[in-house]
Design a protein around this ligand. Structure first.
Ligand code: PMP
Length: 285
């Protein structure tokens, strides 16, 4: 794992340093993606790279590479680090310039960094579920942008960890938005509900894989917001993310979420998720 992509080149990790005037370092002025690698293959790469370019556009940043160039670089990185199972983290910042809130001139290029990380599927969590804590969503109103500014998410996640939970489930005025680093969905009377993909949540790629699975399995679903009350009365609750795929929520604020250990719809969706991975990246066994 000793190679990274730095500004379009593969470099040894320990030869690269971050400039103290990088706008990502000083302002969190940048965007990122985490992409899952199965069998050395970038799962749902197209969706991730398109979201990256959409995030760039929303913050008025120019990415100095094409999507195709980006893919070539990531594939080279995976090959060089011989990554079979894990993730790629990639970020772009608005470049290096003397500290000033104003955007730098067009001569300043975005800085790209990407590295790999080993990691297996969290099978135990996906099987047994995780505990969650409901916390007020105090973040900004552009949660659809995969921004490096994650302080609101970090604080919420830490509050959940301090309470012995795995994830924070966030609400605005009693309406559930998403998790600190996941999307949240419930199953109520056989229908899957998840917050609509607007500015209040990140439109998770795993959320989209899950919704496609609903479609192919003929499980009714609604991209409709639900309340804390509906969450607490749901039959099943689950979170989705690139690394957690589809993971059941076992307890919320210490109360059982649905019936503990009974996740019939979640199990169906997990199977479809695995099938989607295998279609794109080959057999997982
Ligand atoms: N919401 C937030 C706030 C996230 O940070 C993430 C990703 N870690 C997600 C949702 C899930 O997105 P994805 O499925 O694309 O990983």
């Amino acid at each position: 794992m000793s190679f990274i992509v730095f500004n379009g080149e593969l470099s040894k990790r320990d030869t690269i340093t971050v400039d103290i005037e990088d706008r990502g370092y000083q302002f969190g002025d940048g965007i990122y993606e985490v992409v899952r690698v199965y069998n050395g293959c970038l799962f749902t790469w197209k969706e991730h790279v398109e979201r990256l370019y959409a995030s760039a556009e929303k913050i008025r940043m120019t990415i100095p590479y094409t999507m195709e160039e980006m893919k070539v670089m990531m594939d080279k990185l995976i090959e060089k680090n011989q990554l079979i199972e894990g993730t790629i983290y990639l970020q772009l910042t608005r470049g290096i310039a003397p500290r000033n809130h104003a955007f730098p001139g067009s001569d300043v290029q975005a800085v790209l960094v990407a590295y790999t990380r080993l990691g297996e599927r969290p099978v135990k969590l996906m099987e047994e579920g995780v505990d969650a804590l409901i916390i007020e969503d105090k973040r900004w109103l552009h949660c659809d942008i995969k921004s490096l500014n994650l302080l609101g998410n970090v604080l919420a996640h830490q509050e959940a960890l301090d309470a012995g939970c795995y994830e924070a489930i966030l609400h605005r005025d009693g309406v559930i938005t998403e998790g600190s680093h996941t999307n949240v969905s419930i199953v109520s009377d056989g229908t899957v509900y998840t917050h609509p993909a607007n500015n209040l949540i990140l439109n998770g790629i795993s959320r989209r894989v899950m919704l496609k699975a609903c479609e192919s399995q003929s499980i009714p679903f609604k991209e409709e917001a639900f309340t804390v009350d509906q969450l607490m009365r749901a039959d099943e609750v689950f979170i989705t993310s690139t690394t957690l795929e589809i993971t059941p929520v076992r307890r919320i604020n210490g109360q059982p979420a649905g019936v503990e250990g009974q996740y019939p719809v979640i199990r169906q969706l997990q199977e479809s998720f695995t099938a989607a991975i295998e279609t794109e990246c080959g057999s997982l066994r």
